[in-house]
Design a protein around this ligand. Structure first.
Ligand SMILES: C[S@@+](CC[C@H](N)C(=O)[O-])C[C@H]1O[C@@H](n2cnc3c(N)ncnc32)[C@H](O)[C@@H]1O
Length: 281
């Protein structure tokens, strides 16, 4: 079987099983298996595939049929300007979360050396991307999942930041180190009704603890706000991602906890997705 034939076979199998983007996925899987760029595959369509590679290809295609996300099959996902290692222990970095990076950079002058805390670091995509842009800053990144912390550490190493970020496997409830200039977070914020309606790719394969914000979606957001009140310096910033219908309740919780709200930033489709706030007292 040659490259073209195996690609078509993968595509038609995925299509029959109602997987979106069957050709692209088939191509990306073949590219992983034979360790060649997609362009090389298309230019060498009649090259034969080794039997061992056919077996590997079939194994990955079957995983995709089970709706396993491509980021877990390939083992990476691009986010901001970088590539991040991903496996089923971490939420797959989402393009939406790049808004947190964009907004945070506006409040972090390039030559300032700020002390940053990332709550619920997951793959480490937020803190690693920020520190690549602001190399004078230092950071702590926490997560209650030990396996997520291991992935985040690998990503920090991949991007030569292992000496700049201190990773801690801890629940935010138990973390008590003070004097941060900036806290960032993409907390789990999906309520239980929305959780039950998520696509199979997400609900079957991504970690529930990275998605679920409890019954009303605010369980972890509240923790982040209350804890940030204690851990931030006065005038320190708290910047975090929210779900599209969470703005007003978030404002209430922030005001109740002594924060000033600088801005709620919208994504490209006009939805409120990123809160920028300041601890006043
Ligand atoms: C929505 S994911 C965000 C991951 C990553 N920051 C990103 O933006 O892709 C939330 C993360 O918070 C972690 N988490 C959930 N509850 C937590 C808690 N109480 N304390 C610390 N981390 C928590 C989860 O394990 C998960 O990795």
């Amino acid at each position: 079987m040659n490259y073209q034939e195996i690609l078509r076979r993968g595509e038609s199998f995925l299509k029959k099983n109602k997987i979106k983007n069957p050709f692209l996925d088939s191509e990306l899987i073949l590219s992983k298996v034979i360790n060649k760029k997609r362009e090389e595959i298309l230019l060498n369509a009649s090259t034969k595939v080794k039997n061992t590679d056919i077996k590997k290809f079939n194994k990955y295609i079957l995983r995709r049929r089970q709706k396993e996300p491509m980021a877990y099959i390939l083992g990476y996902k691009h986010f901001w300007k970088y590539k991040f290692l991903t496996n089923k222990s971490v939420l797959i970095p989402r393009p939406d979360t790049e808004l947190v990076i964009e907004e945070t950079l506006k409040y972090l002058p390039i030559n300032n050396s700020k002390k940053i805390l990332d709550i619920g670091t997951g793959s480490g995509c937020i803190i690693v991307s920020l520190l690549k842009e602001r190399p004078k800053c230092i950071a702590t990144a926490i997560d209650l999942s030990k396996k997520a912390i291991n992935v985040a550490k690998s990503n920090a190493k991949l991007h030569q930041l292992e000496n700049k970020i201190n990773f801690i496997n801890i629940d935010i409830d138990k973390y008590n180190s003070y004097n941060y200039d900036l806290i960032i977070s993409n907390p789990p914020y999906i309520n239980s009704v929305e959780l039950s309606r998520l696509d199979d790719d997400v609900i079957i394969h991504e970690p529930k603890s990275a998605l679920s914000g409890g019954l009303d979606g605010f369980k972890e957001i509240k923790k982040v706000i209350k804890k940030s009140k204690k851990l931030l310096k006065i005038n320190g910033k708290l910047i975090f991602e929210i779900g599209e219908r969470q703005k007003y309740r978030c404002l209430e919780i922030l005001y109740k906890n002594g924060f000033f709200v600088n801005k709620i930033s919208k994504d490209l489709s006009g939805k409120d997705r990123c809160v920028i706030s300041t601890k006043l007292k």
